[in-house]
Design a protein around this ligand. Sequence first.
Ligand SMILES: C[S@@+](CC[C@H](N)C(=O)[O-])C[C@H]1O[C@@H](n2cnc3c(N)ncnc32)[C@H](O)[C@@H]1O
Length: 180
Amino acid sequence: MNSDKKNNNPSSAIIFTNPNFVDTKGALFSSEKHDYETPDNFFNQLNSIFRFKIDLAADHENRKVEKYLSIKDNSLEDPWLFKGWGWLNPPYGRDLKKWFAKASISKSKIIILSPARTDTSYFHDYIISADCLLFIRGRLVFDGCTSSAPFPSLLSFFGKLTRNEFDKLEKLNLGYLIGK
Ligand SMILES: C[S@@+](CC[C@H](N)C(=O)[O-])C[C@H]1O[C@@H](n2cnc3c(N)ncnc32)[C@H](O)[C@@H]1O
């Protein structure tokens, strides 16, 4: 970039939004589609390591494991008391921050699949405090979709991984893994 034209005023380059603001545009945030079903081959790789005990946002058709909580159960109001890891791929709408807020204070261990939106309030308020993050390389082709997602994906781990889990996860080579 020509340095003469470079804008050195950082405040003009960053748009600070209302902290409750989730999104602005695009398919990810439109009212069109909020439910992106995890690809089975992706889920199965994770399940081979974490042996999920419960799917925290599902219905009978798209549940990833036998035990699940549906919209009727209202997972957001459930105490989330279970042993082992819970799987969560919540709807990607305005309530996404509520799922992260809940996971971040949960006593149970939860792995969340979500868009990797580092500009959102929920990223800065909750995701950043996760025990481990895995930024997925490339874009997922969600189940029922014919092309890759219009957004990058992220796995947030709320709960400590064992050394063995971490090593196995690393070996899957799914993307950039940051652990505490
Ligand atoms: C993105 S889909 C997840 C599908 C699949 N379980 C997976 O992991 O890929 C989100 C699911 O959460 C369900 N859901 C929405 N609000 C919910 C709530 N408050 N409690 C439980 N499930 C909810 C939707 O009906 C939908 O089936």
